[in-house]
Design a protein around this ligand. Structure first.
Ligand code: B12
Length: 446
């Protein structure tokens, strides 16, 4: 029972038209918000509306963490391009760590400044922490790149990074979700600063960025994130699987052990970022590339390509084939991705992320899945011309049908259950050629 004579309730009733109360019906002045962002330390910013057409697919997730969001402020924090380009990972990592910290600080400061004007806001992280209960699904609350596009700050380049018209891709993005409307909104940039030079394709050590615009997510993540998320899970399992110190050392080198320590104690350590490092787009950067291409390749691209680092790949992946062929001087290490779908939905959603198009060469088949038990879901997977299409429901005529009990299927994916035993126990049933099943497994190694 609320106490009517509580001192704060008495105070509220006496000051109910006071400025402290919510003023959600007022609009924030556009130029005021932009000036405030600059004062807080933003290098650039853009403003968009929760109902912007570019945010249609993001809106639900945004409102799930802040239901009163009406407008979004997208904030750019510059990175020192030369640090990002440095062949030393520690120099490049320092730039990302401090850039992320600065982005979070700017947004925190802005939220505090707005609060003084009775405007409420939420600032999700630039990167980490993420909502790891959703692992290995979508763990981030707001896609900063999508918001930045809507707010007119740039467009996605071939390397999948947001390219700002002036700073290029050397930026960290942050978003402030605001509970009030703004008097005016920015519009998406009417051209793409990406010049399609494809240097990102040739510098990516795992071949994750395809010249056709494809992106092999799991190949990028397995290498780049070796010291976090799935890479950490794989490291833990290596410890558990080792029967002696000698066996552990055979799986994990001393340098890898201390690298994990560094990542855990000091923050994010990336193994690559080369797709960002070589990008010449944006008015601040383009001159260097256009005036002296040869020098640019020699000073910016070659040192990264020639670096004799270790590249982490999952077994039998396109990345394994790519590194052997394109970078024979780099050390190749076959590891686990640490990604294990926890639900059938995350298994289906993960297919596009783990697809190895090179491994699918020559395969033309439609797979129908029927999951029974805990999750009753139907899905169709079509592989043709090295392209994948995944849809819920049964679509088209299947070349093979797989009917599987949910728990058994997930245990099979986690390599805890043997497929043959599951077939004998009829927990998994296959109608069609087992060869197609084998080919399927090859296209999605984890
Ligand atoms: C997930 C993520 C990743 C993933 C996936 C990358 C990706 N292309 O989406 C991985 C681990 C591979 C990654 C790597 C890197 N990232 Co990152 N990442 C994010 C994150 C959290 C969300 C990205 C996003 O919105 N994707 C959705 C759409 C826009 O991306 P997309 O490319 O069109 O499509 C892919 C995704 O949809 C993805 N996807 C779809 N469903 C799911 C489900 C899961 C579980 C996952 C993980 C991915 C995923 O697969 C698609 C195809 O690959 C953001 C931070 C944030 N909260 O926004 C930072 C962010 C995009 N990353 C950033 C950076 C800097 C990097 C790296 C350079 C890291 C580094 N320092 O080495 C590399 C670059 C790799 C690349 N070329 O994309 C910056 C980009 C800045 C900019 N200029 O654009 C961001 C915005 C962080 C920030 N605050 O600034 N990243």
């Amino acid at each position: 029972m609320v106490q009517k004579n509580h001192p704060d309730i008495i105070w509220f009733n006496e000051h109910s038209d006071d400025t402290r109360q919510s003023s959600t019906n007022k609009k924030i002045e556009y130029s005021y918000l932009k000036e405030l962002a600059a004062k807080a330390g933003a290098n650039d910013c853009g403003i968009t509306d929760i109902n912007s057409p570019e945010l249609v697919e993001e809106k639900r997730d945004i409102l799930s963490i802040y239901p009163v969001t009406r407008s979004l402020l997208s904030v750019v924090t510059n990175l020192n391009r030369e640090n990002v380009r440095c062949v030393s990972r520690s120099v490049s990592d320092l730039e990302f760590m401090t850039g992320m910290e600065k982005s979070n600080e700017v947004l925190k400061k802005l939220a505090r400044m707005l609060k003084q004007k009775n405007i409420n806001s939420v600032h999700p992280s630039a990167g980490f922490p993420m909502d790891l209960t959703k692992w290995p699904g979508k763990m981030w609350q707001v896609s900063h790149k999508i918001v930045a596009i809507a707010a007119g700050l740039g467009q996605l380049g071939h390397n999948r990074l947001l390219i700002h018209p002036v700073f290029g891709n050397y930026i960290i993005l942050g978003t402030l979700l605001i509970d009030q409307e703004v008097s005016e909104y920015d519009k998406p940039l009417d051209y793409n600063p990406c010049i399609k030079c494809q240097l990102c394709v040739s510098a990516c050590p795992t071949g994750a960025i395809g010249s056709d615009g494809s992106f092999a997510f799991v190949n990028c993540m397995t290498h780049n994130y070796r010291d976090r998320l799935g890479g950490f899970s794989d490291w833990m399992e290596n410890i558990i699987k080792s029967k002696s110190v000698k066996q552990y050392r055979q799986k994990v080198s001393d340098s890898e052990t201390v690298s994990m320590w560094q990542s855990l104690s000091y923050g994010i350590c990336n193994k690559s970022s080369y797709c960002m490092a070589v990008c010449p787009a944006g008015k601040d950067n383009i001159g260097q590339f256009l005036t002296e291409k040869k020098t640019y390749i020699k000073n910016v691209v070659k040192p990264l390509q020639e670096n004799t680092e270790t590249i982490y790949v999952i077994p039998e992946s396109d990345a394994q084939v790519y590194v052997k062929k394109k970078y024979p001087h780099k050390k190749l290490k076959v590891v686990g991705s640490g990604i294990r779908p926890a639900t059938v939905v995350s298994f289906i959603d993960s297919l596009e992320l783990s697809f190895q198009k090179g491994r699918s060469k020559g395969l033309e088949a439609t797979y129908h899945f029927t999951f029974t038990g805990d999750e009753q879901i139907k899905a169709s997977v079509d592989i043709k011309n090295m392209k994948l299409s995944v849809e819920y429901g049964h679509i088209g005529k299947p070349d093979i049908s797989i009917i599987a009990d949910t728990v058994t299927w997930l245990s099979f994916l986690a390599k805890e259950k043997n497929l043959l035993l599951a077939l004998i126990q009829r927990k998994i049933k296959i109608k069609g050629s087992p060869v197609l099943m084998k080919r399927f497994a090859k296209c999605f190694p984890l």
